[in-house]
Design a protein around this ligand. Structure first.
Ligand SMILES: [Ca+2]
Ligand SMILES: [Ca+2]
Ligand SMILES: [Ca+2]
Length: 216
């Protein structure tokens, strides 16, 4: 009996460890601009907060630990954080961001026209990757002076740059012009497209019908 209980306990520990990994898997690269006002945005799209202590970024040299993201600290569910080339204060001023938007400035591991964004967790495991370049992938976007944003949520985590589009001032993603003349929506999380909302509402309506039937 004791062995069986230990087995159950072990299973519970393994299961909870799995849930921790699932949480980090819900953090995505959600926006980037390689030239103009260079930055990368990461968003926690999971249901719980994620501790970025030990997390890191690298470009196409693909080495965990290259640029520490630890100072993002605890990133709440739905929160977007920024890694910028310019100083954090300058980036905030140019985009009109409040102090509550977390920005790590002074990134010197810079992105080129054809490059790669890699996000690693505290164990050095890859959380998300986006390989891009309008020369490497002909017909895809060039994020010069305007950021790249997911055309739909399906683009997130897919590492398929053809599913990304350029931000346009006034678009559904909330993009706007910075004081320096660049277009993006840093600190603003991607929103589900209207079709997804409609499907979600339809799903909720269906659940409501099922619930009502069960109680009558
Ligand atoms: Ca680079
Ligand atoms: Ca650059
Ligand atoms: Ca954004």
């Amino acid at each position: 009996m004791k062995t069986k209980s230990f087995g159950k306990l072990l299973a519970a520990v393994v299961l909870s460890a799995g849930l921790v990994n699932a949480a980090s898997a819900n953090v995505y690269i959600t926006e980037w601009m390689y030239s103009g006002d260079e930055f990368i945005e990461f968003t926690n799209l999971g249901a719980g907060a994620v501790d970025f202590t030990g997390w890191s970024y690298d470009d196409d040299s693909r080495t965990a630990g290259t640029v520490s993201l630890s100072s993002f600290g605890t990133v709440a569910a739905g929160e977007s954080v920024i890694l910028s080339e310019s100083a954090a204060a300058d980036f905030r001023a140019a985009w009109g961001l409040s102090a509550s938007v977390k920005v790590i400035g002074g990134n010197s591991v810079n992105l080129g026209r054809n490059d790669e964004i890699n996000l690693y967790d505290e164990a050095g495991d890859l959380v998300d990757r986006l390989t891009y370049g309008d020369q490497s992938f002909v017909g895809t976007i060039r994020t010069q002076n305007a950021s790249g944003i997911p055309a739909s949520l399906a683009a997130l985590g897919a590492n398929s740059v053809s599913q990304w589009q350029l931000s346009v001032a006034g678009d559904a993603a909330g993009s706007y012009l910075s004081t320096s003349g660049y277009i993006a929506n840093p600190g603003v999380a991607p929103v589900p497209e209207p079709e997804s909302f409609a499907m979600l509402l339809a799903g909720l309506g269906l659940l409501g019908c099922i619930a009502r039937r069960r109680f009558t």
